[in-house]
Design a protein around this ligand. Structure first.
Ligand SMILES: NC(=O)c1ccc[n+]([C@@H]2O[C@H](COP(=O)([O-])OP(=O)(O)OC[C@H]3O[C@@H](n4cnc5c(N)ncnc54)[C@H](O)[C@@H]3O)[C@@H](O)[C@H]2O)c1
Ligand SMILES: [Zn+2]
Length: 384
């Protein structure tokens, strides 16, 4: 399959930080039936003016599949490359891990012109991006996303950072990569639940922006697992998702306005994740329920039709994602979480709602009673 290149233009301030006007998202599948394309990353980095030392940061569970070929390609392209491993998991997305990356950078002698390479999901990508933004006040970095969520979302847009014990992603910086290298075949080893969960973000692009993506997914007979997608189909979804995210962040790199539409499904999704202490749902699963709830609010307000709300719910269920508000989470808890989130002001809340499939808008015209009614109407039958 031909490689696909999506250029992302940067704002003038990011241009000042990184010295480049744009960077590329490259989607390149395996060169053979059993291999993957990571061996080519080194030459693509060289073609973008990068050289010298490259420190690849990953998790053991990911590195065991992919690091050897990637390092081989880096060496062949003339890089002095080294691998550094961190433990996997959101709980390691901390300043302590960043300090470990700095220690590795020091030990390996990373200079201003050296490159940090993030080989992993969103956790690794966010951390390595932040380390790159701050080491020597900023060195080049390259994203090699290995999870579906990182490919369609986290690796694109320049948000980097770590968690604070008091909250997620409280520490961070906007810092753009020099290249995002996506090889869809690496998803073969991704745990199936992670794949399904990330499909929620793809469905989100379909609802807020890209009716073609939504219809494409509707036409697939099955779509919950990696194996359900032919290589061309996956390539198309990754390309369109990357284009959607890149388009929004190009319009609004630092989240002044438009970028908020990417939060579709996330207001209630986030409330659900918090109310269940981040244990019950993966992020995309909570977002899926949040999208069904937002779709229901939009239907009640007459923003879109019952038929469209139903199409969305059906697609979410076909993807194997949850669509019902779980039993045992009282409305008061949801309200408290949204209030703690400072999302509610004078009884009103900013919500992204769909106008039709392929178009959404930000509004503060949603009353709390509408949200409550929507949540109750999608509650699991066992809810009290
Ligand atoms: N920067 C942004 O704009 C942005 C956007 C969305 C999410 N995020 C962040 O991304 C993180 C979530 O990302 P995620 O869902 O990728 O989580 P993750 O990085 O924890 O990856 C999920 C799991 O899958 C494993 N994994 C990843 N790729 C694999 C592969 N190819 N084969 C086998 N195992 C693999 C990981 O080791 C991990 O156990 C959160 O910290 C979130 O805050 C950032
Ligand atoms: Zn999300």
């Amino acid at each position: 399959m031909d490689p696909c290149l999506i250029p992302v233009k940067l704002s003038s301030s990011s241009f000042r930080d990184s010295g480049t006007e744009s960077y590329d998202i490259l989607i390149q599948s395996a060169e053979g039936p059993s291999g993957h394309s990571l061996i080519q990353l080194g030459s693509q980095m060289r073609a973008r003016g990068l050289s010298g030392k490259a420190l690849v940061v990953s998790h053991p569970g990911i590195a065991k599949h992919f690091a050897e070929r990637l390092l081989q390609g880096l060496h062949q392209a003339g890089f002095a490359a080294h691998l550094y491993l961190l433990p996997a998991g959101e709980r390691y997305k901390t300043l302590r891990s960043i300090a470990k990356i700095y220690d590795a950078a020091l030990a390996f002698g990373l200079e201003r012109s050296s490159t940090l390479v993030a080989l992993g999901g969103g956790v690794i990508g966010d951390m390595v991006g932040f380390a790159a933004a701050t080491w020597l006040r900023g060195i080049p970095f390259v994203q090699v996303p290995t999870s579906l969520l990182a490919m369609v979302d986290a690796a694109i847009g320049g948000k980097t950072g770590v968690n604070h014990p008091q909250g997620k992603n409280l520490i961070g910086a906007f810092y753009q990569p020099r290249l995002v290298w996506i090889d869809p075949t690496v998803l073969k080893t991704l745990p199936p639940r992670e794949f399904t969960s990330a499909l929620a973000e793809v469905i989100k692009y379909g609802v807020i922006q890209a009716a073609d993506v939504f219809e494409f997914l509707e036409d697939r007979p099955q779509l919950s697992r990696y194996a359900d997608f032919a290589p061309d189909d996956l390539h198309y979804l990754l390309r369109r998702s990357a284009e959607c995210k890149a388009w929004v962040v190009q319009q609004d790199e630092k989240e002044a306005g438009l970028r908020a539409i990417l939060n579709y499904g996330h207001t209630l999704g986030h409330a659900l994740e918090t109310a269940t202490h981040y244990r019950r749902y993966l992020h995309g699963e909570a977002v899926a329920i949040g999208m069904v709830a937002a779709g229901e609010i939009a239907r009640r307000l007459g923003w879109w039709s019952a038929a469209e709300a139903e199409r969305q719910r059906h697609l979410i269920e076909k993807a194997g994602l949850p669509s019902q508000w779980p039993a045992g989470i009282p409305w008061e808890t949801v309200l408290r979480v949204m209030q703690a989130d400072k999302k509610v002001k004078q009884g009103r809340i900013r919500f992204v709602l769909p106008r039709r499939i392929g178009q959404a808008e930000l509004t503060d015209q949603v009353e709390l009673v509408d949200i409550q009614a929507a949540v109750e109407s999608i509650a699991s039958p066992r809810a009290s």
